[in-house]
Design a protein around this ligand. Structure first.
Ligand SMILES: C[S@@+](CC[C@H](N)C(=O)[O-])C[C@H]1O[C@@H](n2cnc3c(N)ncnc32)[C@H](O)[C@@H]1O
Ligand code: SF4
Length: 459
């Protein structure tokens, strides 16, 4: 269910205001384009030193390879037809785990592990087992730690499934995108419904209780009818969660997307109609709508967290994970500590050189100011619940919170309540403006005027 958090690295030109405009996806605040090299390995060592014994930690492992390249993909990955580069990378990843585990030094307990990429499912079964062992040797795991894996169904076989099950897989997220052969051909992602179904069944047969499917709208040749057909087919698999992402066409950032002719893409009005139809079908089937683009069965942990106002947003998208510390491993991965964000070197070769020498692979990051924390809290609450409490904002952040509160009041008054309105003690994004919640969040983003890059459309 991970959206490619790293999609939108370049900074943003102007504050965005409407449908079709470009805005960050706000999987973090400040967003990655504002990270800088002033945060380095020494800074991150200090942050790791400050961890405490009972802190709960989430680990994210980024596997930067795939055995094929889908034209739509905006993830940080590289195609390889041979396993040798993957084996070399894994040796470096083990070294990084050893280094980070040594610095964490028994402080903190692992609550959640997430394997993402790229394609974790292109690892050989023995390598999956070894990776699981290396992690458990270097970190203390809570007994009920969760372990989720992004699965490309085309890669999966019995051996890999058994290996992930053996290292404790509790959740699986399958990339489906769309079942229409014409759409699949245009995105170079041919994957039959029968294959997806067989992997869902095989994952369930191994006792995995939580299955997510990733679907996309806004893809080449998609129509309302084809999106509806895909959604209905996906629902027959009874996933516990569904993620419905808008295709981000960013060819200036991902060259292979030039294989997708812009003329084949639905326009912003069609994208909005597709997302609304898909959402309605999913909700009518009994799922709760969560945040901007997720759905879950009411009894699923994510839906339970949402009802308790505890759903969170991090680099992996929406999560019920409450850990304050997220440690990213692998090239381009992003960590979050109480003090700030840090991102690893993006280029795999350079990452390998640095971690092989026993160093942390930190390339850049940002240390939080109180203003960042207050705005980050508001943006996260808006992205997760479309609302935030004025009282909680001031209680948490004092005078800095009051400044942000004044901005919220001005936005509510100047926009005549269209984007944000005060309802009791809560600022709320009205129902009809929810598809534009990224635009509302952007109004609280102090960094938006500073950049020169481009993001994906708001819807
Ligand atoms: C790391 S990728 C997929 C994992 C696995 N390799 C697979 O393909 O199934 C995670 C998800 O990001 C989403 N994604 C990738 N590129 C995207 C794009 N350009 N716009 C929106 N979502 C995208 C897809 O839904 C994909 O399933
Ligand atoms: S397999 Fe997944 S990560 Fe790899 S190119 Fe396709 S969508 Fe991207």
């Amino acid at each position: 269910m991970t959206a490619p958090a790293a999609i939108i690295q370049p900074p943003h030109p102007t504050p965005a205001i409407g449908l079709g405009d470009s805005v960050p996806r706000y999987t973090s605040y400040p967003t990655a384009p504002h990270f800088h090299p002033g945060v380095d390995a020494i800074t991150v060592r200090g942050w790791m030193d400050a961890l405490e014994g009972d802190d709960e930690i989430s680990l994210y492992l980024h596997i930067p390879y795939c055995d094929r390249l889908c034209w739509f993909c905006a993830c940080h990955t590289k195609q390889t037809r041979h396993y040798a580069p993957v084996a070399t990378f894994l040796r470096s990843l083990h070294k990084e785990i050893e280094t980070v585990g040594g610095l964490v030094n028994g402080r903190g307990r692992v609550r959640a592990v997430h394997f993402g990429g790229g394609s974790p499912t292109m690892l050989k079964a023995d390598d999956i087992l070894t990776l699981g062992k290396v992690l458990r040797d270097r970190f203390d795991f809570l007994n009920d730690a969760s372990l989720s894996v992004e699965i490309d169904p085309n890669d999966m076989n019995e051996g890999r499934l058994d290996a992930f099950a053996a290292i404790g897989m509790t959740r699986a997220s399958l990339g489906v995108q769309d079942f229409d052969p014409k759409v699949q051909k245009a995105i170079n992602r041919e994957q039959s419904f029968a294959l997806s179904k067989s992997i869902v069944d095989a994952v369930r047969a191994r006792g995995v209780r939580s299955i997510n499917l990733d679907l996309l709208y806004g893809l080449p040749h998609q129509t309302l009818k084809s999106v509806a057909t895909t959604v209905m087919q996906a629902l027959t698999l009874a996933p516990d969660r569904l993620a419905l992402f808008g295709y981000a066409h960013v060819p200036w950032f991902k060259k292979h997307q030039t294989m997708i002719d812009k003329a084949w893409l639905p326009d912003s009005a069609a994208r909005l109609a597709q997302s609304q139809l898909a959402a309605r079908l999913i909700v009518d089937a009994g799922y709760d709508a969560l945040g901007l683009d997720h759905f879950a069965k009411p009894q699923d942990a994510l839906a339970v967290a949402a009802r308790a106002g505890k759903i969170r947003r991090n680099f992996q998208g929406y999560t019920e994970d409450q850990c304050e510390t997220l440690i990213g491993l692998g090239p381009s991965s992003i960590s979050r500590f109480r003090q700030g964000h840090a991102q690893n070197i993006v280029a795999t070769g350079e990452y390998e050189k640095v971690v092989d020498s026993g160093q942390l692979a930190t390339a850049r990051g940002i240390e939080f100011s109180l203003d960042d924390l207050a705005r980050g809290w508001v943006i996260e609450r808006l992205m997760c619940s479309f609302a935030f409490s004025a009282i909680e904002l001031v209680e948490r952040f004092g005078t800095v919170g009051q400044t942000v509160l004044c901005e919220a009041s001005r936005l509510a008054i100047s926009g005549a309540g269209q984007l944000l309105r005060l309802d009791g003690e809560n600022f709320v994004v009205p129902e009809e403006s929810r598809p534009l919640v990224r635009t509302v969040a952007a109004r609280f983003d102090k960094y938006l005027n500073n950049g020169t890059g481009r993001h994906s459309p708001a819807v």
